[in-house]
Design a protein around this ligand. Structure first.
Ligand code: UD1
Ligand code: UDP
Length: 368
């Protein structure tokens, strides 16, 4: 059985990593890895950490890429790869433009598509943008839905997807987490923040570029100014537009470290040592419950309601005063902090990749 896994950004690589490792265990499987190269350095970090060697890299990244160039370049360059490889199935992950276009290419060539992390929804097509469109669109042409939770499965069923094609597997990010956490992990940044309340901050979403990001950064400055025991570590996304703004807003601020994106092993261990997390990331919202870390979600919506129900996530938006008040509350109100950090992990038992591969093997066995 020939399976081609197509991905191109950091989170896809982190969450497809466990699936690729699982596929490698079976002689019957020929596993082909095709990177779109939507990301470069941030993708390379994951490949190195997980020892993944790609067969193809479409290498599409450019500095001012937009949704048009990403879409057009991937679709154009993927065609010859798929014509050459003739895979039995294409695996894509989540909600990026890479995943949408790779799935679309499969649909155009009548190759079955398996969607890992299917069924997440906000039902607000503009939030997150363009990810909500991407994930809904991928689920129109997918043949296999690997839903991380029952909630995701319910969304798919409500939309009329065929139930026998939906498999609840857990999220593969929990598989990845099983291999990265080391209680003894330490480095210079963690040494620097050792006796403080360390907040781990990330922000990168397209809809937060501009004023929303600026407002959040202003709130962070107020928090730092008023709380000498707080330190912030902020691994800054490679997007130059974000970097410019981060430097403008935090250039002279004390008690914050602006650092390069961390490799996934480091990032998971920073999370494990953080007091709490502030982020607009999707994946980080899924990792936090396992590590029992409260997360203030810097967005107006989330497609991860399980974490909100579990109590570990609070969706607070990007208004300066709200962000400031919520961070202050978590720092000062012990009861609130305890409640948010004692959540159960709703995202699975760390065996999602095996469940996904078992489904594919059974399907292939039945079709041979
Ligand atoms: C993309 C995904 C988003 C996902 C995020 C994960 C889309 C539309 N967006 O958004 O869903 O949450 O990845 O991080 O698919 N850059 C580098 N080096 C890198 C990576 C990025 O220099 O390794 C810079 C490039 O200048 C690039 C810019 O970052 O133009 C933005 O990258 P892009 O993939 O377009 O958007 P993300 O915000 O990363
Ligand atoms: N992450 C990382 N290094 C960092 C920041 C995040 O490895 O400096 C990991 C994090 O653990 C999570 C994933 O990247 O698994 C989330 O990716 P991102 O926030 O870029 O995208 P999203 O999940 O929002 O699509």
């Amino acid at each position: 059985m020939k399976i081609i896994s197509i991905f191109g950004t950091r989170p896809e690589a982190i969450k497809m990593g466990p699936v690729i490792k699982e596929l490698e265990k079976y002689d019957i499987v020929e596993s082909v890895i095709c990177l779109t190269g939507q990301h470069r350095e941030m993708l390379q970090q994951v490949l190195e950490a997980f020892h993944i060697t790609p067969d193809y890299n479409l290498d599409i990244m450019k500095e001012k890429q937009d949704l048009f160039s990403i879409t057009i370049d991937i679709l154009e360059r993927l065609k010859s790869v798929l014509e050459k490889e003739c895979p039995d199935i294409i695996l894509v992950h989540g909600d990026t433009t890479t995943s949408f276009v790779a799935g679309l290419a499969g649909f155009y060539m009548k190759i079955p598509v398996g969607h890992v992390e299917a069924g997440l929804r906000t039902y607000n097509i503009c939030s997150p943008y363009p990810e909500e469109f991407n994930r809904q669109a991928i689920d129109i042409f997918s043949d296999f839905y690997f839903a991380p939770t029952q909630e995701a499965k319910r969304n798919l069923i409500q939309e009329g997807k065929i139930e026998k094609n939906i498999y609840v597997t857990g999220n593969t990010v929990i598989d990845a987490l099983k291999n990265t956490i080391d209680e003894k992990y330490i480095d210079e940044n963690l040494e620097w923040s050792r006796n403080s309340k360390m907040i781990l901050l990330t922000m990168h979403r397209r809809e937060n570029l501009g004023m929303p990001m600026r407002n959040v950064f202003k709130a962070c400055r107020r928090i730092l100014k008023e709380n000498r025991e707080v330190k912030i570590i902020f691994p800054v996304h490679k997007n130059p537009a974000i970097r410019r703004m981060v430097l403008e807003e935090f250039g002279k601020t004390e008690n914050i470290r602006l650092i390069e994106p961390l490799d996934v092993v480091a990032f998971h261990n920073y999370m494990n040592k953080a007091y709490f997390v502030m982020t607009d990331s999707g994946g980080v919202q899924e990792e936090a419950p396992s590590l029992e870390k409260p997360v203030l979600v810097l967005r107006d919506t989330t497609e991860r309601p399980e974490g909100v129900k579990a109590g570990v996530l609070k969706v607070i938006g990007t208004q300066e005063d709200r962000v400031y008040m919520e961070a202050k509350r978590l720092l000062e109100d012990k009861g609130e902090y305890e409640r948010m950090s004692k959540a159960n992990n709703p995202y699975g038992d760390g065996n999602a990749a095996k469940r996904i591969v078992d489904v594919l093997l059974e399907w292939y066995g039945g079709n041979k």
